[in-house]
Structure formats: structure tokens, C-alpha cells
Design a protein around this ligand. Sequence first.
Ligand code: NAD
Ligand code: ZN
Ligand code: ZN
Length: 397
Amino acid sequence: MEAVVYTGPGSVAVKDIPRPQIEHPTDVILRLTSSAICGSDLHMYDGHTDAQPGLVFGHEPMGIVEEVGDAVRLVKEGDRVVVPFNIACGVCFNCERGFTNACLTMNAANPGGAYGYTHMGPYLGAQAEFTRVPHADWACLKLPGRPGDSNEDNFLMLADVFPTAYYATELAQVAPGKTTAVFGAGPVGLLCVHSALMRGAPIVYLVDKDKRRLEMGLSLGAIPINFLDGDPVVQIQEHLKTMRPLHDAMRYGEDKMLRGVDCVIDAVGYQAYDRQNPDQFKPNQVLLDIARVANYTATVGIIGVYTMSDPRGKTEAEKNGMIMMPWGLMWEKGLQIGTGQTPVKRFQAFLRDQIIAGKASPGSIVTDHIKIGDAPETYKEFDKRGSEVVKAVIRFI
Ligand SMILES: NC(=O)c1ccc[n+]([C@@H]2O[C@H](COP(=O)([O-])OP(=O)(O)OC[C@H]3O[C@@H](n4cnc5c(N)ncnc54)[C@H](O)[C@@H]3O)[C@@H](O)[C@H]2O)c1
Ligand SMILES: [Zn+2]
Ligand SMILES: [Zn+2]
């Protein structure tokens, strides 16, 4: 079968590899109908991890169950399903408490497994015609409809980016009446806007430098802030000053809460552009801005990825994942900070049902449907993080 294989920094190739087989009676083999390319793949693609050539990429699978292991009870051949990027057993100490992002049994090296990702276990990636789904009864979320119908992209976003964005709003405790800022207008940041508005945020700022992505954010209901036009924190503060109805309703001293926002989300991570030199990375750029734009008592969700090592870090500290943060300011403000990988399963069924009810349409961020043979070219474009490609999907149907 054909699969997208990492061949070294800045390149992937489509190669013929053996089709996966059932290895455990709890597995199913999935025939992919769609598989998405993710900003998380770019960390490996850019050589900012220790991913080794030969790794098959892809962790956002959706398709039709082709073959079922003997111990699988709930999933049947022919079912249309989407699968979380996390590989988990569903029953260990962490899974049972809902932390399927830190499953204790599926990755010998560390808690937490995933498809096609360095450090996340030996699992084949899902940018391929078929993939093996371990613990299928836990993993497979059944979907209504038929492959290629009007919900194909909406449902595909349930594998990672929609639950991830929703989890970011959960970590940041977004709720009715709470002003919110999202850094990064990639697929995750855009769906953070969508999720924050679903949860009742009255104002959602979206910070990036890419015009197209900011326009997509605007059409989702965000107030776009382009950091090429000046310090985004100052731009947000200036905009808050124009919120006349808020000013009229404030009590004595409350104006101090208009110097920032109540909830902040980092949907960028360590590959953040340096605002002074936007063609260079500055791993703590977004953390510095978040500390400034957060109100006293604000809640912060850091969903963008930070790694324990970055072979392309500029300093020894950066190479070892040591990133300077304005801890004094963060402590002084009493910020509550949530981080880490998403336990996709916790939100998947709820978000599927929002899609079915017509209340969510995460597939609107998909810009490109490609054939697997176009993956190398699409990776190159997506990697520019400012090209026409925002969310690309490999379609197999
Ligand atoms: N926690 C999880 O489980 C999880 C899951 C999926 C993705 N992620 C991570 O979320 C992050 C975003 O993913 P994506 O697919 O949207 O990636 P992406 O690379 O498409 O988007 C990142 C965006 O951030 C913008 N950006 C860069 N520097 C910035 C800065 N200083 N200020 C504001 N914006 C800036 C870029 O222009 C780009 O539009 C990545 O780090 C990804 O790995 C985490
Ligand atoms: Zn992803
Ligand atoms: Zn587990």
C-alpha cells in the first residue's frame, strides 16, 4: 500500500510498504477514506524532533473498518469510524480517569501513545491506505452517513484538531462573559475560536501574521490581530478600550481588568515566530506575550507543543527544551495554567453530536483535498505556514 514516509528534514516521499495486519485480537484494520496533515507533523518534518527517516507520518485517521480481530465486540466490518490520535488501552489507571493522553500500557518508553509520531510508540502512521487500530472497541467512534458525504471533513476533524481546540478552551476555562485571546491561527487556533464562541466567550481575539488565516478567523467570529502591525498585546489593550458598553457597566477599579483578557490560549507552541524577526523562531515568544495579555486571575491553556529536545535549538538550553518564562509576572498575576496533549476521547462523542446537530462545522477550515501522491508537494507548501494551505486532507475516495 502507499504511505507518506519521512525521508529527512524538509522532505517526505510516498512509498510502497506492506499492508498492516491484525496483531492482537483487539485490533481492527481501517481502510482510510480521509487522513489529515497536521501542524504537529511539521515539527518532525522541520527536523525539530529526533524523528528518524523511515517513519510513516499521520495521526488523524478516518475510514471504514476492513477487518476485525477476534476479541472486538462493538465494532463491525463496514462501520464508518474516526479514531483519536492517542493510542490507548482505555482501562489502565490513567485511561480509566480520562487521561487517555497518558495511557500507561501502550508505549514502553513513556506514558502516552500515538500513530506515526516520534517518542509515542512503535505505531504505523495513518497517512496511508490502511492503518492498524489497537484496542478498537475503545478507539473507534462510530459515525453516521457514508464516506465522502457532506460531513466527511467535519468528522475527520474529530481525530485531533477539533477535540484539541476544545480541550484548549477547557484548560483556559472559557465560559460565558470571559474575554479570550488565541495565539496562532492555524487549524488548532481557528477551531479554538469556534470552540470559545460555542462556550459563550463574548470577545475572541486571534493573533497571527498570516492574512488568509486571520480572515478565516474573522469569518468564524474572531477579532483578528496581525502582529506585523505592532505589538499584539498593545493592539488588544487598545481594542478593549473601545468596548464602550463594558466601560459603562464597570464598578470602581474594574477598569484594571480591561488591560487584558480573562482566558488565553497558546495554539502555536515552540515553533513560534520571533515578532522582531518574523522569519526566525523564538520558542518563548508566545509565552512572553501570554503573560502580558493575561488579566490578574486569568486562566491559560497551552495546547501548542513544547518538546524536551529540539535538535535545531539555537542555544544549549533550547536544545534541551529549557525555555525562559516570565515566571514572576505569571505568579504575581495568579495565573492558572493547563498544558499537554489532548485526551481526545473525552470530547469526541460530544463534538460529533454537535456536528450532527448542525451546531459545529470544524470542516470549514479544510482548504485542500489531495491525493496521497501530492503529499510531498503539499507538505512543502503547508510548511510555509502562510501559503494557501491551512488544513490539507488526503482523500482516498
Ligand atoms: N496538545 C495537543 O494534543 C496538540 C494536538 C494537535 C496540535 N497541537 C499543536 O498545536 C499547535 C498548532 O497546530 P496547527 O496545526 O494549528 O499548526 P500550524 O503550524 O498550522 O499553525 C501555527 C500558527 O501559529 C502562527 N504563529 C507562529 N508564531 C506566532 C506568534 N509569535 N504569535 C502568533 N501566532 C504565531 C503561525 O503563523 C501559524 O499560523 C502546534 O504546536 C501543534 O503541534 C497540539
Ligand atoms: Zn494532528
Ligand atoms: Zn491506558
